[in-house]
Design a protein around this ligand. Structure first.
Ligand code: PAF
Length: 283
């Protein structure tokens, strides 16, 4: 696997492959790779001739009260995983490479509407940081395809909207969430759960499935379902930020007319904040 650290090098690799009519899949990550990330790389490999993965803990998407410095960094292990899976190139920039003037005066990409609620509300500025770095990376690589995990459903939709609104020439692919046998969504944050919490955490997906089943069976009182799920999780020891039944295009509270839904949930166990969601198609 090749490695690049500068913008110029990354551009050169990508251009070389394009000159040879090879298509490029790009998977941006913040490292600490796990089965979920590797499934994104595999998806890219199934769609394109070349796969590029970036590993960059992006300071711009962390809030002042969020611990950028303690974000897990496991570069050696990440590189081994990427080599084993046959990724073609890993991009490992420094912050000064991507933000040579610092963060204070940089142009910001603020994706509208979809960022108002949920993670956008709980983490002000977060999606602006995500959209800005992703657009920068897209502009360097100019990939044909970029793969995002649907576990971060709001992020996936925000990137899709940015691409649509700004007429970017890249296809965004949403990749299904990988799960532990218990149903718990694979996440870097799972490593912070103790054994008891790991067992308890499975309740998030069970509650999502249970709520989805009741909607599929015809229940349309979404407020009641949300409240029941919220209370159910909190009684089991979670501190739930939100459990929202939304339409999957606008991410607004769903009405009984909506056919494509997604339930978004974020709940903490101790200090660990867990995100998950489930899609429902009522057509
Ligand atoms: O999902 C992530 O890991 C990050 O938000 C991303 C897309 C790599 C941007 O920094």
């Amino acid at each position: 696997m090749d490695q690049a650290t500068s913008v110029v090098e990354l551009r050169q690799y990508a251009q070389h492959w394009k000159d040879h009519h090879e298509s490029i899949a790009f998977i941006p990550t913040m490292g600490n790779l796990h089965a979920g990330h590797l499934s994104l790389i595999e998806k890219g490999q199934s769609l394109c001739d070349r796969t590029i993965c970036s590993i960059f803990v992006n300071p711009m998407q962390f809030g002042a009260n969020e611990d950028f410095n303690h974000y897990p960094r496991t570069l050696e292990q990440d590189i081994k995983y990427l080599e084993a899976i046959g990724c073609d190139l890993v991009y490992l920039p420094t912050a000064s490479e991507l933000y040579p003037q610092g963060l204070e005066h940089i142009t910001q990409i603020a994706v509208t509407d979809l960022t108002d609620n949920y993670e956008g509300e709980h983490r002000p500025g977060h999606f602006t940081g995500v959209a800005t770095i992703v657009l920068k990376l897209f502009n360097i690589v100019k990939p044909d395809v970029s793969v995002f995990g649907k576990k971060d459903f709001q992020q996936y939709r925000v990137i899709q909207k940015m691409v649509d609104d700004l007429d970017l020439d890249v296809e965004i692919i949403g990749s299904e969430t990988t799960r532990e046998p218990s149903g718990l969504a694979t996440s870097s944050r799972n490593q912070y759960l103790d054994t008891q919490q790991t067992t308890a955490a499975a309740l998030i997906y069970q509650t999502l499935q249970d709520t989805a089943r009741r909607i599929e069976e015809g229940e349309r009182n979404y407020k009641k379902l949300e409240q029941q799920a919220f209370e159910n999780l909190n009684q089991a020891g979670f501190n739930t930020d939100y459990f929202c039944i939304c339409n999957s295009d606008k991410l607004q509270p769903a009405s009984s007319e909506d056919k494509k839904l997604v339930i978004l949930v974020t709940a903490s166990l101790g200090k660990t904040r867990l995100l998950d969601n489930i899609e429902i198609d009522l057509w």
